[in-house]
Ligand binder design. Structure first.
Ligand code: EPS
Length: 389
């Protein structure tokens, strides 16, 4: 069965829901698996007032019994604590008071085109679902995918490599899982201490100037078997699936795999990862410029994917816009907002990469119980003689 992850919910509505369908039975889960990632998504210097209100945690209401998956759809519920302040404006049912509509679309947000497409006069009917609050539900579902991957020896991590004009210096050596052990103790989830300080300063300065900021995060997955995805048809190419999943995160405008934009400017002889073989290691490479993907398939090296985020479109110094009722020039909606969410976007990136990888494992290895999956993966690894590095 295809692995599916579906979310529902509005930013200031009663809550968010995530349904994950297609995980095998017998997979061990813990509440911490889910809630730790949800708490990590709330971290990061540059968040606004909303994160002081929410204490995200998911209640599992279906598909799990005594810590083990049953094989059916898993339902996760995340309460919006802020709903208490929005009960009249966001009530699912009619209310007795008059609710003022929002008519000031923000450039860069879904506001304007969403109202045109869905025939809404109130921009709130668009912005509530377009909000990145939805990523809380994705991270809850992604944590289940991560637990599945962990059972197969795969770990997914992320870090921030750029915030606005500050870029972390590239490491001389390839990163290993151990490098990520303390990443969450950096207030911007960056692995470099000097860059962390400069990023915090940049956020503070731009926030004081009523600006929002963008940046770049990187996700790395270790222990992924070679051969997920396929070269045989365009839909199955895993790089395409990853790009879609990363670009689907709110405010992400670009994706790169491995050293994509650097090798685009290099001669071919400097761009690829030469192939070696030893009886101990089997096939191996000395570089990973391809980011673990060749021909649309994983090649057994760490998977490396980056997402580029635009500066958030809700500005405390609003841009020029038009009132959608009067068509007169107006200032875009000013709302309480975050100024930087790249650290959180990295955690969402982990969830999306975990989903794509988990779906690819389900597709390739099938299995109704986790033991069936483990057996199939182990037989395949033996056939190709692959040991995780
Ligand atoms: C968001 C606007 C802010 C963010 C929100 C995403 O919410 P509010 O309008 O309530 O201040 O805090 O993100 C979250 C609530 C979250 O959990 O990440 C937006 O417009 O996308």
């Amino acid at each position: 069965m295809e692995l599916r992850l579906i979310t529902a919910g509005e930013s200031h509505g009663p809550g968010l829901t995530c349904l994950v369908e297609g995980l095998p039975a017998g997979l061990r889960l813990s509440a911490e698996d889910i809630n730790d990632d949800m708490a990590r998504r709330q971290l990061g210097h540059g968040r606004g007032g909303r994160m002081k209100i929410e204490r995200d945690a998911a209640e599992v209401t279906a598909g799990v019994r005594h810590g083990l998956t049953l094989g059916g759809p898993i339902a996760l519920q995340v309460r919006n604590r802020d709903y208490a302040n929005w009960e009249e404006r966001m009530n699912p049912w009619p209310v007795d008071v008059e609710i003022a509509e929002v008519h000031l679309p923000r450039p860069g947000h879904a506001d304007l085109v969403g109202t045109q497409k869905f025939k809404h006069s109130d921009v709130r009917n668009i912005l509530e679902r377009a909000s990145a609050r939805e990523t809380a539900a994705r991270v809850a579902g992604g944590a289940l995918c991560k637990a599945f991957l962990r059972a197969l020896g795969v770990e997914v991590y992320s870090h921030v490599v750029q915030i606005a004009s500050v870029t972390a210096p590239p490491r001389a050596e390839a990163l290993t899982p151990a490098d990520f052990a303390d990443v969450d103790s950096s207030p911007v989830r960056c692995l470099d201490a000097d860059a962390t300080r400069a990023m915090v300063k940049e956020i503070d300065e731009l926030r004081r100037a009523n600006e929002s900021l963008g940046g770049v995060f990187e996700v790395q997955a270790f222990g992924v078997v070679p051969g997920l995805g396929s070269h045989v048809s365009w839909e199955e190419r895993l790089d395409g699936r990853l790009a879609q999943a990363i670009c689907s995160i709110q405010a992400i405008k670009g994706v790169s795999i491995g050293e994509a934009f650097t090798i685009a400017g290099l001669p071919g002889s400097a761009a690829h990862d030469e192939i070696f073989y030893s009886t101990d290691e089997g096939y191996f490479r000395e570089t990973n410029r391809a980011g673990g993907l060749e021909g649309g398939m994983t090649n057994g090296l760490p998977l490396i994917v980056r997402g580029a985020m635009k500066p958030l479109p809700t500005l405390t110094k609003p841009l020029r816009s038009v009132d959608t009722e009067t068509h007169e020039p107006a200032q875009a909606l000013r709302e309480r907002t975050d100024s930087a969410t790249i650290p959180a976007a990295g955690v969402v990136g982990e969830a999306m990469v975990a989903y794509v990888l988990a779906a690819a494992y389900r597709n390739k290895f099938g299995g109704d119980h986790i033991d069936d999956v483990l057996e199939a993966v182990s037989a395949y690894r033996e056939r190709i003689g692959w040991q995780s590095s």
